[in-house]
Design a binder for this molecule. Structure first.
Ligand SMILES: NC(=O)c1ccc[n+]([C@@H]2O[C@H](COP(=O)([O-])OP(=O)(O)OC[C@H]3O[C@@H](n4cnc5c(N)ncnc54)[C@H](OP(=O)(O)O)[C@@H]3O)[C@@H](O)[C@H]2O)c1
Length: 185
């Protein structure tokens, strides 16, 4: 929560000012940043479109996404247009293509790419970058949402600290859903 959910909150609430009734595209919605982001989109009263792998489509629908797109089966541009906000935790090609699905004046927030100001200007949108730092007040707000059941952390797997190396390998393979937990002691 201190990293993933705080980052998602800073992206959607602080950077993008996501409002009720707006549409947000959350890429990698099954991942560490993506899964709290879908919950936060619902908390804000927004319409959430999620991308995920085929095995995670039901998972992201269960988080509250109204639309789930298998990112390997078809380009998200086929299903998304005029979004108010895009959250990109992937970067690279996903980041560059995301400019095309925003409405004029929309916001592309990335946790993986520094803003491409030239591309943002060319598309008439805004680009933001999130750099998470400690934020006790925000973490308390998020813990309150967890206690009320409105934000549900998902654990992919729990491993002993001695298997931190294996945890890294699982993470680097790129298919974690939720977060990996290392048990200390
Ligand atoms: N700037 C900051 O302060 C900050 C803070 C936190 C994280 N980050 C960064 O944000 C990034 C994401 O972190 P994370 O913890 O959310 O990652 P993660 O949990 O490891 O992401 C894994 C997920 O990404 C999905 N995915 C991979 N490629 C995709 C694509 N092309 N389209 C849609 N989904 C895709 C996978 O889905 P499938 O397996 O279902 O395909 C998987 O569920 C990392 O680069 C991390 O370093 C930055």
């Amino acid at each position: 929560m201190p990293m993933a959910a705080v980052t998602a909150w800073q992206a959607l609430v602080d950077a993008a000012d996501l409002r009720p009734g707006q549409t947000v595209l959350v890429h990698a919605a099954a991942g560490g940043v993506g899964h709290p982001a879908v919950h936060i989109a619902k908390l804000r009263g927004a319409h959430a479109i999620a991308t995920a792998g085929r095995d995670n489509l039901d998972f992201v629908r269960g988080l509250g996404a109204e639309t789930a797109i298998d990112h390997r089966a078809r380009p998200f541009e086929d299903e998304v247009a005029e979004a108010d906000v895009v959250l990109d935790p992937v970067g690279g090609d996903v980041y560059r293509r995301s400019f095309d699905v925003l409405r004029p004046g929309g916001v592309l927030v990335s946790t993986a790419e520094v803003p491409d100001e030239a591309a943002a200007k060319g598309h008439g949108v805004r680009a933001r970058w999130i750099e998470n730092g400690p934020n006790g007040a925000l973490l308390r707000e998020i813990v309150g949402q967890v206690e009320r059941g409105r934000l549900r952390p998902t654990v992919h797997e729990v491993l002993p600290l001695a298997e931190a190396g294996r945890a890294h390998e699982i993470s680097q393979a790129g298919h974690v859903h939720g977060k990996l937990v290392l048990r200390v002691g």
